[in-house]
Design a protein around this ligand. Structure first.
Ligand code: ATP
Ligand code: MG
Ligand code: FE
Length: 347
């Protein structure tokens, strides 16, 4: 059986095909068209611009995926699409395409959660998930710790960011340091040339915060601390050591994310951690998570970078998991939900 996945929640148009086998899901093709260059001109995503880019890209991207996999639409058994969270206009474009395909082909439709998809995609890379695991999903809009009992039916949100998401904090600090949008990858690159010599604060790690918010994150205080540090040097007419600021900031984010996540694995007696979402492309986080999980005896699974940022494979992966478990398909008039809660895996 083949499951088609369509992703349009933000600025990437993604179409992928997954084959459901007894050994788990196998990725056949993952086609992505990005409109990020258009948004770089504005320094952020303009929903109308993104919607139009999806409208132009959706059919060519679908055609490209089918051609690359040498698959005919008639061979598809089910269609999965991002129902939320994300931008309403972009989500609507993908949902309209998926509904048309489901009606035209007479096949079931699954509206799935984008953020859960960021964790689900790892099954395509590292094989079947264990019975219980923790997932850290870090992206432009989310930084959440999930306890996954079943990726298609049972996910508990243990904690989340109280303010900025990790990727959002990187993008804001990038702007502050005068780097192009989106700042995340630029800070990553700069940080590799610097030394983490500045001690920036680690949000929600003090004992009293730890008690109330063990599984939550906070990055806005860190962002403000970086801004103050930079302003003070500027006011004194000093040059800003950009690589060292980037390295120190990146280390603070990776430190909090890994320390809190590993503590949560211990508390919940889980020995497998999946990290996903656009920010899991971050090399400082990847290195620190690999090192500390190895020390803690936790198996850490982080997909390759092309599966960290938005793509269709994550949606096909989650859709195929729902299909395999016999989850009831979504209504053909499924609504998109810009703020779909993480407890909602399918609609
Ligand atoms: P969400 O998944 O919460 O809906 P989103 O889809 O916009 O949000 P993604 O596309 O998953 O987010 O991730 C984009 C974010 O990842 C951006 O904030 C970007 O700066 C960040 N990012 C990408 N690569 C890196 C990197 N190497 N280092 C740091 N941040 C990165
Ligand atoms: Mg994106
Ligand atoms: Fe995303």
């Amino acid at each position: 059986d083949l499951v088609l996945g369509i992703e349009t929640s933000c600025d990437e148009t993604g179409v992928a095909l997954v084959r459901v086998t007894d050994d788990g899901p196998q990725l056949l093709v993952d086609a992505v068209a990005s409109s990020v260059d258009e948004h770089a001109r504005f320094g952020g995503i303009i929903p109308e611009v993104a919607s139009r880019a999806h409208l132009e890209a959706i059919v060519p991207t679908l055609d490209r995926a089918l051609a690359q996999a040498d698959v005919d639409l008639g061979q598809v058994s089910a269609i999965a699409v991002t129902a939320g969270p994300g931008l309403v206009g972009p989500l609507t474009v993908g949902a309209a395409a998926a509904k048309a395909l489901a009606v035209g082909l007479g096949k079931p439709l699954y509206g799935v959660n984008h953020v859960i998809g960021h964790a689900a995609v790892d099954e395509l890379v590292h094989g079947a998930f264990p019975e219980r695991f923790l997932a850290l999903v870090v992206s432009g809009g989310h930084s959440s710790l999930l306890l996954v009992n079943d990726i298609a039916t049972d996910v508990v949100e243990l904690g989340q960011t109280l303010d900025d998401a990790a990727g959002e904090a990187f993008d804001k600090v990038g702007r502050l340091l005068g780097l192009p949008y989106p700042g995340g990858p630029h800070i990553d690159r700069l940080a590799r040339e610097g030394t983490a010599s500045i001690r920036f604060p680690r949000g929600l790690t003090a004992p009293k915060d730890q008690a109330a918010h063990a599984d939550d994150f906070s990055f806005s205080g860190l962002k403000t601390a970086v801004a103050r540090w930079v302003e003070a040097r500027q006011d004194a007419g000093e040059e800003i050591p950009l690589p060292d600021v980037a390295a120190s900031f990146a280390e603070a984010v990776a430190d909090v994310l890994t320390a809190k996540t590993i503590a949560a694995c211990r508390r919940h007696e889980v020995d497998t951690l999946v990290i996903g979402g656009g920010f899991s492309a971050n090399s400082q986080l990847r290195a620190m998570a690999e090192e500390r999980c190895a020390e803690a005896g936790i198996t850490v699974r982080i997909p390759p970078i092309k599966f960290c940022t938005d793509n269709g494979a994550m949606i096909a992966a989650l859709g195929s998991a729902a299909w395999r478990r016999g989850v009831a398909p979504s209504a053909l008039d499924l609504p998109v939900d810009s703020s779909m809660p993480l407890t909602r895996i399918t609609v």
